[in-house]
Design a protein around this ligand. Structure first.
Ligand code: ATP
Ligand code: MG
Length: 273
């Protein structure tokens, strides 16, 4: 999304596949290569240990947040990646400012942080369910922009992704969960209650994206109805961000620096004692 422009979610096709390298099969093949590239960037980011990447995932229930995390990050070293799911706030969390629980989960230098839901719930669910007065959530857009700018200045690249699906597709996926014994565990009554607020959520998303997409922390609307396209598009966005970041391994020190601590003059394999 270009900063300063409306999100226009209603005009975006959630089943769009424009830009994909080919049909489903070709795109899935390309995704395997993308995963290798993602893994290599992550290794460099971790080695460099100076900067970080934050991936914010938002979307309606059943839009594929969990599936995206599972597929997109399947090739990376778990040591350098941290996923944080933001649920209904605990009493302690509610008793603090809304960014309190978020900031402490921000990725450390070298890490990729993944937010499965995020501080955006504080202008989405909170707005739709009228959990705070309007002037409170209205003020949060500016706080969010300032917070993300601060993360950016501290060396964190912030990438925000909305997984865009239609009302029909959500209905289809929820019904599938209802009837598939392997997926039923994912269902909650609240999914259907939330669904009844679909239109209000779309308005809340529209405002949130429009008011918080900045050059430091842009929003991307990812057409998410075709999972193969969604996975490809998400990785492509992350690869673009990492190529710009271009993390480098720190230079290896010259072997002479270790001469005094090496117990064997020749650096061959360990002798068997
Ligand atoms: P899953 O259902 O796959 O476990 P989920 O993200 O849907 O994942 P839930 O515990 O079902 O997890 O839902 C989290 C709920 O918490 C969502 O309905 C979300 O809107 C709500 N939530 C998250 N953050 C806040 C917040 N700050 N204030 C109010 N509600 C929130
Ligand atoms: Mg849920």
């Amino acid at each position: 999304m270009h900063p300063g422009h409306g999100a226009h979610l209603g005009r975006r096709d959630p089943a769009d596949t424009t830009g994909a390298p080919g049909d489903r099969q070709a795109t899935e093949a390309a995704t395997l290569e993308q995963i290798t590239e993602l893994s290599s960037w992550q290794d460099r980011l971790w080695g460099e240990a100076r900067r970080s990447l934050l991936v914010v995932l938002q979307g309606m229930d059943a839009s594929g947040k969990d599936g995206t995390i599972k597929h997109v990050f399947r090739g990376v070293n778990p040591q350098g990646v941290r996923v944080c799911a933001f649920k209904v706030p605990t009493p302690a969390e509610v008793a603090h400012d809304f960014l309190w629980r978020v900031h402490r989960e921000a990725p450390a230098a070298g890490e990729i942080g993944i937010f499965n839901r995020s501080h955006y719930e504080d202008v989405l669910a909170v707005r739709v369910h009228r959990l705070v007065p309007e002037d409170v959530w209205q003020g949060r857009y500016r706080d969010i922009v300032a917070f993300e700018r601060m993360l950016h200045r501290g060396g964190t690249t912030v990438v925000k992704l909305l997984l865009h699906i239609s009302y029909r597709e959500q209905g289809r996926r929820l019904a599938e969960r209802l009837h598939d014994p392997d997926k039923g565990w994912k269902l909650e009554r609240s999914d259907f209650l939330e669904r009844s607020h679909w239109d209000e959520y779309q308005v809340a998303f529209e405002d949130a994206l429009t008011r918080t997409s900045t050059s430091e922390a842009p929003w991307y609307v990812v057409p998410a109805e075709h999972k193969w396209f969604r996975n490809w598009a998400v990785i492509e966005i992350l690869l673009q961000a990492l190529r710009v970041l271009d993390p480098r391994y720190p230079p290896a020190p010259p072997p002479e620096e270790f001469a005094d601590v090496l117990d064997e003059p020749s650096a061959g394999p360990d002798p068997v004692r």
